[in-house]
Design a protein around this ligand. Sequence first.
Ligand code: DAH
Length: 364
Amino acid sequence: MPEMTDTMTALKSELTALVESATDLTAIETARVAALGKNGKITALMKSLGAMSPEERKTAGAALNVLKDEIAALIEKQEAALKKQALDQKLANEQIDITLSPRPERRGTIHPISQTMEELAAIFADMGFVVAEGPDIEDDFHNFTALNFPPGHPAREMHDTFYLPDDPEEKGEAAKKLLRTHTSTVQIRTMTKQKPPIRIITMGRTYRSDYDMTHTPMFHQIEGLVIDKDTHMGHLKGCLTDFCRAFFQVDDLPVRFRPSFFPFTEPSAEMDIGCSRKDGGLKIGAGDSWLEILGCGMVHPSVIRNCGLDPDEYQGFAFGMGIERIAMLKYGIPDLRTFFEADIRWLKHYGFDPLDRPNMATGS
Ligand code: DAH
C-alpha cells in the first residue's frame, strides 16, 4: 500500500504546517475542521478504508489512527499555546503598577467642624460618655413640650423655628413637624428609650431662622446628659471644668458658672472661661476677661417626669453648646458664615490633615 503511505506522509506535513501556522483561535478551528471535520481530509481517508481488502485495511487503519491522534494532539497543543499567549497578553495589558507612589500633594482636608466633633467625642468618651443620636426633623413634643416649654411659652419664640407642614399620619404635638432648634431633643429621645444610669453626648445639626456674623440658619450643637440616682451640681461643675481644660488645652483655665434660665433645667447656669483681650486679639486662659461658652443645669423634674421616669428617684445634669463657636475660639476663625461657604481656599487654610488623629486622642 505504498500510495496510501505516501498520501498519509504528505497529509501529515500539510496538516502539521496548517496547524502550526495558525496564529489565533479561529485559524486553529479552521485547521481542525479541515483535518478532522465531517468533510476533513483525515475523515475522508477513514471513509476510503471501506473499499480496501481486510489486510490492507488493518495496516492502513492503524496508521491512519496514529495520524489522527498525532494531528489531534498537535491541534490541542497549538490551541493551548495560543490561549496562554492570549491570556499573557491580557494580563500584560491590564497590569497595574502597585509600586507607584501615591500622589505627593495633599488633596482634601478635614473640615474644622468634623475635627472639633472628633475632639469632643474623644474627650467625653474618656469620661465614660457614649454617643447618642436623634433626627434633624423633629416634632413639637420632643423639641419643646417635653422639655418644659408649654404651648404659648415665651421661650419658644427665642428659637426662630422652621416649621414644616403637619404630618397627616400623626396626631397632636407629634404631627407638628419642625427642624430641631437644639440638640436637647436627644435628651428626651434617650430618656424615653433607656433606663438610667445615662451618660450620653450627642452632636449634630440644628436650625434657626437667623443669619448674620454670628448666626447661620444651620449650625451644630453638642448636648450632654447624665442621669443617675445621686448625680449633683458638683458633678456638673467638675465634668464641664475638666472638659474645657482638655478641649482648650489649658490646664489651669479659669472657669465660672453664672445663674441663668432654661425651661428644661433648674437651677440653670451659663459657663464662662477666662481669657484676655489685647490689641484686638483674644487669648484663652488666665486674664481679666470672660467668655461665655455653654449652657447647663440640673435637669428639671418635669422633664424627667415627661419621659416616664420618677424625679424622686432620678436626677442629673445637662449641658449644650455651639460647636462652631468653640471651634472659632480654639482655631481663631473669625466669621461663622465662612464655615458653610465651601470655599476651597478657606478649607485649605483652616482644614486639618486627614491623616492626623484628633489631638485629644493622642494627648499631644
Ligand atoms: N438647648 C440650649 C440652646 O440651644 C442649650 C442648653 C442649655 C442645653 C442648657 C442644655 C442645657 O442641655 O442644660 O440654647
